[in-house]
Structures are given as structure tokens and as C-alpha cells.
Design a protein around this ligand. Structure first.
Ligand SMILES: *[C@@H]1O[C@H](CO)[C@@H](O)[C@H](O)[C@H]1NC(C)=O
Ligand SMILES: *[C@@H]1O[C@H](CO)[C@@H](O)[C@H](O)[C@H]1NC(C)=O
Ligand SMILES: *[C@@H]1O[C@H](CO)[C@@H](O)[C@H](O)[C@H]1NC(C)=O
Ligand SMILES: *[C@@H]1O[C@H](CO)[C@@H](O)[C@H](O)[C@H]1NC(C)=O
Length: 402
């Protein structure tokens, strides 16, 4: 009985396998594509012609051309590029004296990483985002690892986004006075850690308040009601209070008046009658006085109520009439009145609420009327259609020979 190895199929398979193995080895020996080699700029870079020493004289080429940068070739066929610059990058290949390719490698040049310059932003109590920029342009792909710890604590990862070059710490421990942050940049030429100390309390800086609105109060020519909303990145549901500062001035004035406030609504009592006012708001953590003020919000504008000779006081509520910017001179005298700090809790009923209610009410009515019209129209159309169909079938029936 023949052994399993002597069956023709098995023999063919074994022959095929050893043949392809031999071919593969031959290919590796003659054409050793070792991928990419990295070198330092402004240094001497050594490129070997394969792993095994070559006795025959070899010829080196860069990008298929025999024009090479400043170099020397040693007796064993190794190429030494002297004091390389960016232009020495490319695909190097060495050939034996019969023109057979022995080895090829791609050379990329750059610098090992240097220290990073790191800056951290703390927009709320749940996130620390640290960004960095390289102090050395390395020209090479890099990886980053980042971790942080409070004093005497374990290292924890700061989650890296390598593309945007930042890392995030979520739910940081605010009760630690300081944290160490270590960011390590690694590229094919080396690895460099950068260590920084961060103090979350001092870095805490909310985003600016949003949707600043300035409204007139009917009957009061020097009053303005300013309202705004918390920065959307500030977690209101976590009950961290904010303190606000409001600054306002008649448009064109250089002097700002300021009010501090813990609410998100404030009434200005000393607006300059008949003038458009500019208003901005900024925020700070309500408890942590070491923390930073946010940037000023975008500007809100509004003008106090004015008794128009023509009457029609209801129209003053329309937004178009609230900001008749063009009708007033831009360069008014600065408001030099001293800064007063009125209570920001507003005692009187809010006119803004009334306006919103009115607008909502009219929108509802309009929608109802429109849908009614639509329903009636659709019905009418369908009826017309049916009538037409009936008519045509009647015509058909009539025209049918009986
Ligand atoms: C590079 O090689 C040249 C010539 O062999 C030598 O003079 C020079 O000192 C070398 N430079 C470095 C940085 O090693
Ligand atoms: C060789 O080719 C690479 C791209 O593959 C290019 O960046 C480099 O400038 C070329 N070098 C020369 C000397 O032509
Ligand atoms: C470099 O050129 C050689 C010869 O043309 C080619 O076989 C090899 O694939 C190239 N290597 C790279 C990394 O481009
Ligand atoms: C904290 O701020 C970040 C960045 O603006 C935001 O993505 C995140 O949702 C905020 N956290 C909470 C709990 O609102």
C-alpha cells in the first residue's frame, strides 16, 4: 500500500509549496524591500545594500536615477549620505554589476521630537482639554501618549486626539490643588516627554454667555432689560452657579458701565434716553474666585423706550422698532455716570414674556387657519376629481353600444 506522501496529488502540492518557498526566498534575497528607513536631517545617513555583505561592486540609484546627493560608498557596498537635507529623501536602490536589483529602501528624513508647548482649557467642571504645539518641526509622523495624575495618585490616561493635537481629561478631580500632565511624542527617531503642572482652579474659564438680548421697558426712557443664557457648555443640571458681569454703553461711547449679577437677567436703570446701547456679558464660576472670567459675549443692542409723538405704543414691541439704529447719531457723548450696581432680581413683571406669548398665540392661530384652508382645498379637489371620473364613465357608458 503506498504511503500518503507518495500519492500524486500530495507530491504535486509538496512540489508546489517548496517551489513557491524557494521563489519567495530568492525574491527576498535579490530584492530586499525593507520598507522605510528614517534618518536625521543634517547628519550622515548610512544605507546598507541588503543585510548580507556584498562583495561585487554595487551601484546606488535614487528614484531610478544615478545622480545622488553628496555621498561615499564603502568597500562593502554601504552608501553613506553626508550631511543630508530634505532633497536627499526618496527611493534608494542598489544593483550589482550585472544590473540586478539587490536592495531598495525608502529614505525619510526629519528630526527627533522636541519639547511640546502645552496649554490647557477648562470650560466646565467635567472637562480639561490640553492642546500642544511642537517646538521642533520634525517632518515625520508622530504618536502621542498622554497621562495625568493628582499628587500621590495613579497615572490615568488623558485621551489623545493626534490629528487635532489635544487630549481630554473627563471628570477631573477638582479637589486636588495641582495635577501633573505628561505628554510623550514619539517618532521613528526618538521619543521626548513633556511634563507640565496644571491647576484646574486657575484654569477654569467658562465659555462666554450666549443669546444676549436687550429690551426696552415701556414707559421708562432710561431703562433696559438685559437677558442672556448660560454658556451651552456649562452644565446647568450639575448646579454649578455662575456669576455674571454686564457692561453697557451708548453706541459710540468709549466708557463702559458695569453691573455684577448672579441671575441671567438684569435691569439697567441709567441708560441714556433715546440712544442705542451696546451690551456684553461675561461669566465666572460663582464659587471659585481663583478661576478666570470668560471672554465677553457677542454684543447685544437695544434702545430704551421713547414716547413717539405719533402714538401707537404697541408697535414699540416689534423688533424692527426696537433697533432703529440708522436714525440715531453714532458718535454720542460718553456716558460718564458713575457705575451703579442695581439688584439684578427684577421685581416688575416681564414684558418679554408677554411678547413671546403673543407671538406664540398668533402663530398657533395662523397654523390652524392655514390647515383648515388646506383641508377644505384638498376635499374640494378630490370631489372635483370624482365628479370628473363619474362624468367620463357616464360618457363611456353612453357611448357603448347596447
Ligand atoms: C560625516 O562624515 C564626514 C566625512 O566622513 C565627517 O567629516 C563628518 O564629521 C561626519 N559628520 C557627522 C555629523 O558625523
Ligand atoms: C525622489 O522621490 C521622492 C518621492 O518619492 C521625492 O520626494 C524626492 O524629492 C525625489 N528625490 C529626487 C532627488 O528626485
Ligand atoms: C523603489 O524602487 C524599486 C526599484 O524600482 C522598487 O522595486 C521598489 O518597490 C521601490 N520601493 C519603494 C519603497 O518605493
Ligand atoms: C463641558 O465642555 C465641553 C466642551 O465645550 C462640552 O463638550 C461638554 O459637554 C461640557 N460638559 C457638560 C457636562 O456640559
Amino acid at each position: 500500500m503506498p504511503g500518503p506522501l507518495s500519492s500524486p496529488v500530495c507530491l504535486t502540492v509538496i512540489w508546489f509549496l517548496s517551489w513557491s518557498l524557494f521563489l519567495g526566498r530568492a525574491q527576498i534575497l535579490t530584492n530586499e524591500v525593507s520598507g522605510v528607513q528614517y534618518g536625521r536631517l543634517e547628519s550622515n545617513v548610512t544605507l546598507a545594500c541588503g543585510t548580507s555583505p556584498v562583495r561585487t561592486p554595487v551601484e546606488w540609484r535614487l528614484n531610478h536615477s544615478s545622480a545622488l546627493p553628496w555621498h561615499k560608498v564603502t568597500s562593502d557596498g554601504t552608501l553613506v549620505l553626508l550631511h543630508v537635507d530634505q532633497s536627499a529623501q526618496g527611493n534608494y536602490s542598489c544593483y550589482d554589476n550585472r544590473g540586478l536589483l539587490l536592495h531598495s529602501t525608502k529614505l525619510r528624513l526629519g528630526h527627533p521630537p522636541g519639547l511640546l508647548s502645552v496649554s490647557c482649557r477648562v470650560p466646565n467642571h467635567t472637562l480639561v482639554r490640553c492642546k500642544w504645539v511642537e517646538s521642533v518641526k520634525t517632518f515625520l509622523p508622530a504618536e502621542y501618549h498622554a497621562s495625568y495624575r493628582g499628587i500621590g495618585q495613579e497615572w490615568k490616561p488623558c485621551v489623545v486626539n493626534a490629528v487635532l493635537q489635544h487630549c481630554d481629561i473627563s471628570q477631573p478631580a477638582f479637589w486636588h490643588p495641582a495635577h501633573s500632565l505628561k505628554i510623550t511624542e514619539t517618532n521613528p527617531l526618538g521619543s521626548t516627554p513633556t511634563n507640565v503642572q496644571i491647576r484646574l482652579h486657575e484654569l477654569l474659564k467658562p465659555d462666554p454667555p450666549e443669546l444676549v438680548s436687550v429690551q426696552a421697558e415701556v414707559g421708562y426712557p432710561t431703562r433696559l432689560v438685559v437677558s442672556w443664557s448660560y454658556p451651552s457648555s456649562w452644565p446647568i443640571h450639575l448646579a454649578f452657579p455662575l456669576t455674571f458681569e454686564i457692561r453697557y454703553r451708548p453706541a459710540g461711547s468709549t466708557h463702559w458701565s458695569k453691573i455684577e449679577c448672579n441671575d441671567s437677567l438684569v435691569k439697567i436703570f441709567d441708560a441714556l434716553a433715546g440712544h442705542l446701547h451696546q451690551v456684553q456679558v461675561r461669566a465666572q464660576d460663582g464659587v471659585d474666585t481663583d478661576s478666570q472670567w470668560s471672554e465677553w459675549s457677542t454684543e447685544g443692542q437695544g434702545q430704551p423706550w421713547q414716547a413717539y409723538s405719533t402714538g401707537e405704543p404697541a408697535e414699540e414691541f416689534l423688533p424692527g422698532d426696537l433697533f432703529p439704529d440708522d436714525s440715531f447719531p453714532v458718535n454720542t457723548k460718553p456716558d460718564t455716570s458713575t457705575v451703579k450696581t442695581p439688584n439684578c432680581g427684577v421685581e416688575e413683571e416681564c414684558n418679554l414674556g408677554l411678547v413671546i406669548l403673543l407671538v406664540l398665540f398668533s402663530v398657533v392661530i395662523l397654523t390652524t387657519v392655514l390647515s383648515l384652508i388646506l383641508v377644505v382645498w384638498v376635499r374640494q379637489k378630490r370631489r372635483n376629481h370624482e365628479n370628473k371620473q363619474e362624468l367620463t364613465s357616464m360618457v363611456k357608458m353612453k357611448s357603448m353600444p347596447i
